[in-house]
Design a protein around this ligand. Structure first.
Ligand SMILES: *Cc1c(COP(=O)(O)O)cnc(C)c1O
Length: 364
């Protein structure tokens, strides 16, 4: 057969069959005055940070490949969590960590269980790795009881369980007893995605359960409380065999030398990086009080840097966007009718959001 070079469309190689109707995943990145849609921290990194990073990268030999097992960074992360470095593994954002876990433990003939509502990337990662997905519903307060957790793993017998805690989009943490139930009633790798845990009360994290639950994997990110979403750095804490297994699927030098240095410097400056957390919590509660005082908006009990809310009317997302406020729309998701999620921003941004919401709901 001769190739038809007459049109660009005819020259196209057909994409993999299961990707033909897929649209690339991601929150809209619109240029609007107030962006409260992706749960980043509004404050930039501490002023001294980039100065130190700039200094440190002078010493890099960029003609050489980076340290493949990124030992220095893993030692620093291990020290942060008081675990052995052979229990730590980092990659380009926690999304790549999650992808590597799905590549290593999911795949054809295997399945993952995740909560609903939950992080919208989990079904995407299952799709690209040909892992079957199933769901377990949180209750009306967006919580997971140990009984429901145990029944779900008994029903589905998954190879992996993916649990965001605090939950995205609801902001509610999962109790340690539910994590124990998922672990002890299954043979699965229990992946607890703690992207927002630095905003939650002390004791929310399940890192302390690592010694008790051998199949527990905790995933963390620098994108949220660490204010480094632009960096792309995340990591996992797990048994050493998990660290061995993800290396079977990683690309040869997946974590570049600049990212490794930038992560190390951030860990050295951790207390300056995280000093904003109390301000975020105060703002979150101020926003919650304002919304609840209206009497017509339901607000989920979030401990993270965002609020999921259900207004009494349809179309809130578009009507806020008309006023220059970008939030995240969940209104087409099951059980989240009319809901939007708003990130806690600067006090000025939050005021703009609250004023716009009042204007929409009060017909202004
Ligand atoms: C934001 C978020 C992440 C972070 O992903 P990165 O790739 O580290 O930026 C991970 N999990 C959840 C649930 C999130 O909301």
């Amino acid at each position: 057969m001769t190739a038809d070079r007459t049109t660009a469309e005819a020259a196209r190689v057909p994409v993999r069959d299961d990707l033909r109707t897929v649209t690339p995943y991601g929150a809209p990145q619109a240029e609007v005055p107030v962006r409260l849609n992706t749960n980043e921290t509004a404050d930039p990194p501490p002023a001294a940070y980039l100065v130190t990073v700039a200094e440190r990268i002078q010493r890099l030999e960029l003609n050489r490949y980076p340290d493949r097992p990124h030992r220095e960074l893993r030692v620093a992360l291990a020290a942060r969590h008081d675990v052995d470095p052979d229990r730590v593994w980092a990659a380009n954002g926690s999304n790549e960590v999650l992808l590597q876990l799905l590549q290593a433990y999911g795949g054809p003939g295997r399945s993952a269980l995740y909560v609903r509502p939950g992080y919208s990337m989990y079904p995407e990662l299952c799709r690209t790795t040909f892992t079957a997905g199933s769901e377990v519903d949180l209750d009306d307060r967006f919580e997971l009881s140990p009984e429901v957790a145990a029944a779900a793993v008994a029903d589905h017998d998954p190879d992996l369980v993916l649990i965001p805690s605090p939950n995205n989009p609801a902001g509610t943490p999962v109790g340690h007893d539910a994590i124990r139930a998922l672990h002890d009633r299954s043979r699965a790798l229990i992946v607890v995605d703690e992207a927002y845990v630095e905003f939650a009360p002390a004791g929310t994290s399940v890192v302390a359960l690592l010694a008790e639950l051998p199949r527990l994997t905790v995933v963390r990110t620098f994108s949220k409380a660490f204010r480094l979403a632009g960096l792309r750095l995340g990591y996992l804490l797990a048994a050493p065999w998990v660290v061995d297994d993800v290396q079977k699927v990683r690309l040869p030098y997946h974590l570049d030398a600049l990212t490794q240095v930038a992560g190390l410097v951030a860990l050295e400056q951790e207390s300056q990086f995280l000093e904003h957390r109390q301000r975020v919590a105060t703002e979150r509660e101020r926003m919650r009080d304002h919304l609840e005082a209206r009497g017509d908006v339901e607000v989920a009990p979030s401990v993270a840097n965002f609020l999921l809310l259900r207004p009494p009317v349809d179309g809130l997302f578009d009507r806020l966007l008309d006023r220059g406020i970008l939030v995240r729309d969940f209104s087409d998701k099951p059980r989240l009718e009319r809901c939007v999620r708003v990130t806690v921003g600067t006090p000025t941004e939050n005021d703009a959001f609250l004023a716009a919401l009042d204007a929409v709901l009060d017909g202004g």
